[in-house]
Design a protein around this ligand. Sequence first.
Ligand code: AMP
Length: 712
Amino acid sequence: MNDTVRAVPDADPTELIEAQAARTPHATAVLFEGQHLTYATLNARANRLARALVARGAGPETLVAVSLPRSLDLPVALLAVLKTGAGYVPLDPDYPAERVRYILDDARPALLLDADRLAATEAEGAGLPGADLTDAERLAPLRPAHPAYTIYTSGSTGRPKGVLITRRNMLNFLSFMADRFPLTARDRLLAVTTVAFDIAVVELYLPLMTGAGVVVAPRDTVIDPARLGALATASGATVLQATPSLWQALTAEQPDAVRGLRMLVGGEALPPSLASAMTALGAEVTNLYGPTETTVWSSTLRLEDAGVLPSIGGPVWNTSLYVLDDRLRPSDEGELYIGGEGLARGYRGRPGLSAERFVADPFGAPGARMYRTGDLARRRADGDIDYLGRVDHQVKIRGFRIELGEIESVLAAHPAVAQVACVAREDRPGSPLLAAYVVPAAGEAAPGTAGLRELAARSLPDYMVPAAFVTLDRFPLTPNGKLDRSALPAPDLAATTTGRAPRTPHEELLAGLFAEVLSLPSVGIDDDFFALGGHSLLATRLVSRVRTALGVELAVRTVFEAPTVAALTERLGDAETARPAVRPAVRPARIPLSSAQRRLWFLNRLENRNAAYNLPYALRLRGVVDREALRSALGDVVARHESLRTVFPEEGGVPWQEVLEGVRLELPVVEVGEGELEGVLSAAAGRGFDLGCEVPVRAELFVLGAEDQVLL
Ligand code: AMP
């Protein structure tokens, strides 16, 4: 399975984009809010800017920090830096000043390009030639081992670390991607990821190497599924890469906008239920896995259904995946190591840490290294890899990579804190959050939540600021005296509310919606939505509840700007009036089909019980199952939801909705052997429905033994 050797072109990544610009100069390369750049304009602008950057000292083996908002200028600036031969250090303009200062101190870039400096440098380059740069103009000849970019990721000892990716790394990766995901001039990739996260490399350069267009989504749009869905539709997007968290919001709230897209998903474990929703909607779904240290993605899995999860598939070109035990011997289950062309040069200025994580590869050529991922893995019978979790305290929250140790060391700097522990918890399913626990120093009063939060927010990006702070007299310990993380109490978010009561009917209503969305008994009007465990996805939910309840269209961004009930109430006045709230109507004798139902019905008639719209879900149940209780629980769900007991009878070719009452959901029981299970399941999952007379849900129990069964 590690037989992945493939020849890649002998070129710099920028040359592939230059060749494309020469092939299709007039094609659209980048789109942003109604403006666009052709390939010729993008390339010429980047060339002029590159010449001006060279004059200011950018060249091979130097770095240029880039801190720009999402815009047409962003790809121009990144491409220009690459053309000089320098590597770029992407900075998210939303990072707190202290973090930016730390990164600049550590990376020591030759230049910093923010919006002002970009404008000034472009002005300097305005009279320079627009032709492609050559080595003769660069400060030194460009080599494959020179940096392409350096991305900072969370560091367990409290200091973020810069991963240094070379041009060769980038070329190998992009060559693989262009082969695996061929794009054409008709494709539009909707780019949603901050360039401070390495997966944005796919979004920017894959289309530009292949003649497709990049649609740069504005930041406000990315955090608002309704707007993002509208942009996907309006821009004619055909490809979208995102983390599972973003896909979750899109498939749930904007299924029609993402239907038929080629879907790339990765950055954290893919939940099976999301995989099912995606495979039902997407033209092609691929699960991608990889650490920043091995260049964006190291393995891929084309997903036909959720049954193969937790597989992350097999390696990309010129890459080896090893599952090794603690003595570095191949093993069926163990830690995942990655070798090959994707390996970063190391962490910038951190030889010790680099040596710890990039170790000698005993299976590779002499001198080869492999990266120790910290991921637990299992080798499947077909050679692919299953992802099983982490061996350390690195967590992912909504796709962001976080070392809990980094947060702990920031909080430990508080003078009143003796001990601190941070954990990621998921007390509310689907809403993971960070909780910090502190033990006050002897003789000190408990440090207040506000002070701790401020300390964290000063140097950590917002996704790393804990949602809950809990003060304990002492930490729970395991029998051998270590901190027992599993015994840390669930934070009581309700206790942190200030409790100032609503003063007006609007405040009353908003306070109710805050509490509902945050799953809290009540919320005071001065309580910060985000301090109570809110995050961007919950903010989306809040906006949609406000739309329904008040008929007011708030932007998700407004919740970030005015995160309390009191402040948000004031912003209701200037919000746009939403489409009229949905109200119950009197039902006609024959309820017509909605347009989505009509499409389903049409395809069902056309293709005779086609299973394309099936959403199969298989659940392994171990232990004794009370079949009657299970059947009646499923029956309750069907009784609760009309759409699960609606059939579409027709007369003269005109269908209507008939909502059945008193439907009894059967639970057929089938005995099968383990060997036949897969075949039987996929046959059952592939069986379509006759929408004219069958309710659109069914359940079957496949029994393998007295205490082993699969519910489909
Ligand atoms: P990052 O460096 O931010 O890309 O984070 C890399 C880590 O994210 C990996 O070591 C895994 O723990 C996790 N990860 C990334 N992609 C996947 C995936 N498709 N499935 C499971 N975990 C993933």
